[in-house]
Design a protein around this ligand. Structure first.
Ligand code: CA
Ligand code: CA
Ligand code: CA
Length: 178
């Protein structure tokens, strides 16, 4: 799946050229300025919406970059619709904090297609002090097809642990099928 029309084909800028451009997910701030970085829990009205990636085939990848708190939403679709053979669904999100700073990652997955991931109790969090914070989820089919649509909505929360963030010190997030 590589439609190149900005619908989440995976390279991050929607131009379908397969490069690793980052989707910005912070409000604009002048370079080298400090911005408020307090974490607020509870889903916001306007998350960064990445688009759609396949959860069971292909190699869609999103790259996201920001310097403060962020909520990121995307849809993971079931695309292998064989009635016989099952293929599991998955995604992995890997957050790299800027040097000297510590952001954490929380993932939420909806219980059904088109339902609200923020209302779901299916969550996973990573609070590594150093290194990569990683959330990986697996669901759906094993060896046999299940006759159900395993498409799900996902919300990721990039959580700062300090009160101030610097616009020149960005975290990076990579989301792919695992
Ligand atoms: Ca399937
Ligand atoms: Ca961390
Ligand atoms: Ca299925």
């Amino acid at each position: 799946m590589a439609t190149g029309d900005g619908d989440g084909d995976g390279d991050g800028d929607g131009d379908g050229d397969g490069d690793g451009d980052y989707i910005p997910c912070s409000e604009a701030a002048a370079p080298d300025t400090n911005v408020p970085c307090d974490a607020e829990f509870g889903c916001p009205d306007s998350p960064c919406v990445l688009g759609v990636m396949s959860g069971d085939s292909g190699d869609d990848v999103f790259y996201v970059q920001g310097y403060d708190e962020a909520w990121i939403e995307f849809r993971v679709t079931e695309d292998d619709l064989s009635a016989l053979n099952g293929v599991g669904m998955s995604f992995i999100a890997q957050l790299t904090s800027p040097p000297g700073e510590d952001f954490n990652l929380i993932g939420m997955r909806s219980v059904a297609p088109n339902s609200d991931p923020c209302a779901s109790t299916i969550t996973q969090s990573s609070q590594n002090v150093v290194g990569i914070d990683q959330v990986a989820m697996y669901w759906g089919e094993s060896s046999g097809a299940n006759g159900e649509d395993d498409t799900r909505e996902v919300s990721l929360h990039v959580v700062p642990t300090s009160a101030e963030c610097n616009s020149d010190r960005a975290w990076t997030l990579r989301v792919a099928r695992n």
